[in-house]
Design a protein around this ligand. Structure first.
Ligand SMILES: *[C@@H]1O[C@H](CO)[C@@H](O)[C@H](O)[C@H]1NC(C)=O
Ligand SMILES: *[C@@H]1O[C@H](CO)[C@@H](O)[C@H](O)[C@H]1NC(C)=O
Ligand SMILES: *[C@@H]1O[C@H](CO)[C@@H](O)[C@H](O)[C@H]1NC(C)=O
Ligand SMILES: *[C@@H]1O[C@H](CO)[C@@H](O)[C@H](O)[C@H]1NC(C)=O
Length: 381
């Protein structure tokens, strides 16, 4: 009911906004690297990046992320692809929308310490990205900004009576650019013990749909990882891992995303061709792993480093949304494999997988920190 009232009041705002420029009623911020190598635009809804311009090998700037020309669709597009937003309070999937504190295997609501979220995926058996109205669809305030950075703030209220998440969370998301680099980071403080696991859900097409670069299948990808989470038919972890060496999931030494692509039929769920999996980075206290993505078509390469232990890679099978004008829209649409979503994050549904011993419960004495650094360069032809 609460969600419903929220939706109504939000729609009322949009109706009032109709006469204004696209992007309203959300605050729009543009930031620029001093040398002009990186330009990014954001809206306050979801602290979302809406444009990201970097230079190709000929020195021409291209917008390398998906999105809308009318950013009110971030809130209203029923397909809800979550274009480039900060996702929370808990990104990715939660089995049955339930969890308990402390973490147990099969939390059964109602019960002491058991919480229930609205479910929105796999016929109500899963909560995806904290339901249809998670952080990515909240209007954050602008906390501070400069020509090279913007910081957004959102206060996520506490749930009650076992519904939602426990405790109020105050979260800041900062996006900043320097020469050749974009860095995004999240800092969150909770008043009570609660799960927190965020991501930035960036959809990349490094060709920006130019010169025949209509999919990301021609992009090369390195994931510095030797294991993926073993998922059931609802994309929920069984609790074990699959070694990727010698399998279609092996991106450790870099390969074209579309290589052996005909072996990926039904690989991301029934009827879904491609990938939608969580890779566990090969990293340790002393060694940081990461992701690299590049296209020889545009020559654009991005190297991503993070403080996160895992990365979700989704080849965007289910997309079906009119493209931005700079990408050939609105007559052409973003559809299967138009982009690859790369989401730096924690272990999927560790809040229901106690055997991993991965703590995702934060509280008054333990703040949550997330970061990703995107470094752009040009590949040799
Ligand atoms: C899933 O959630 C429902 C509704 O809260 C609950 O009745 C059921 O026991 C839960 N099932 C599992 C397997 O946790
Ligand atoms: C959303 O937040 C921004 C920044 O705080 C503000 O300018 C704008 O009016 C808000 N829009 C709505 C619909 O609340
Ligand atoms: C997959 O593609 C390869 C190379 O294009 C081809 O040799 C192979 O027969 C195909 N396999 C299937 C199952 O279609
Ligand atoms: C990469 O692109 C350049 C410039 O278009 C082209 O000359 C070269 O053959 C390409 N290399 C590969 C491996 O596709």
């Amino acid at each position: 009911m609460k969600g419903f009232i929220h939706l109504i009041s939000t729609l009322a705002c949009i109706t009032l906004a109709a006469a204004n420029a696209p992007g309203w009623p959300f605050d729009v911020t543009e930031i620029n690297a001093p040398d002009g190598s990186v330009k990014a635009k954001f809206v306050s809804l979801g602290a979302t990046m809406t444009e990201l311009w970097v230079k190709d090998r000929d020195g021409n700037a291209r917008d390398v992320i998906l999105g809308y020309d009318d950013n009110t669709l971030l809130l209203t597009d029923p397909d809800h692809p979550v274009f480039n937003a900060i996702v929370g309070r808990y990104a990715n999937r939660i089995k049955n929308g339930t969890f308990s504190i402390p973490t147990t295997k099969e939390a059964q609501p109602p019960g002491a310490g058991v919480w229930q979220l609205p479910t929105n995926d796999h016929d109500g058996e899963v909560t995806l990205h904290s339901s249809d109205y998670g952080w990515d669809r909240k209007n954050w305030t602008v906390h501070s900004r400069s020509p090279t950075s913007v910081t957004y703030k959102y206060v996520d209220p506490a749930g009650e009576d076992g519904q939602g998440f426990p405790g109020e969370v105050t979260v800041y998301a900062t996006h900043e650019v320097s020469n050749g680099v974009l860095r995004s980071s999240v800092l969150a403080h909770a008043t009570e013990k609660t799960p927190i696991m965020t991501t930035q859900h960036v959809y990349w097409n490094l060709d920006a749909f130019q010169n025949g670069g209509d999919t990301a299948l021609n992009h090369y990808l390195t994931l510095d990882a030797s294991r993926i989470v073993h998922l059931d038919g609802n994309a929920i972890p069984y609790g074990d891992f699959i070694e990727t060496s010698g399998t279609i999931f092996d991106f450790k030494n870099g390969k074209m995303i579309g290589e052996n692509f005909n072996q990926t039929v039904d690989n991301c769920g029934t009827g879904c061709q491609g990938f939608d999996h969580c890779w566990i980075y090969d990293q340790s206290e002393t060694r940081r792993a990461g992701t690299s993505l590049w296209s020889n078509n545009s020559g654009i390469r991005v190297d991503i480093s993070t403080n996160q232990p895992a990365v979700q890679m989704y080849t965007a099978y289910w997309l079906n949304t009119p493209r931005k004008e700079v990408h050939g829209g609105p007559s052409l649409v973003y559809d299967s494999w138009s982009a690859v979503a790369i989401e730096q994050q924690g272990y999927v549904d560790a809040v229901n997988t106690p055997e991993w011993n991965v703590n995702q419960i934060y509280g008054p004495r333990e703040d949550y920190e997330w970061s990703a650094t995107y470094k752009f360069s040009i590949v040799d032809a």
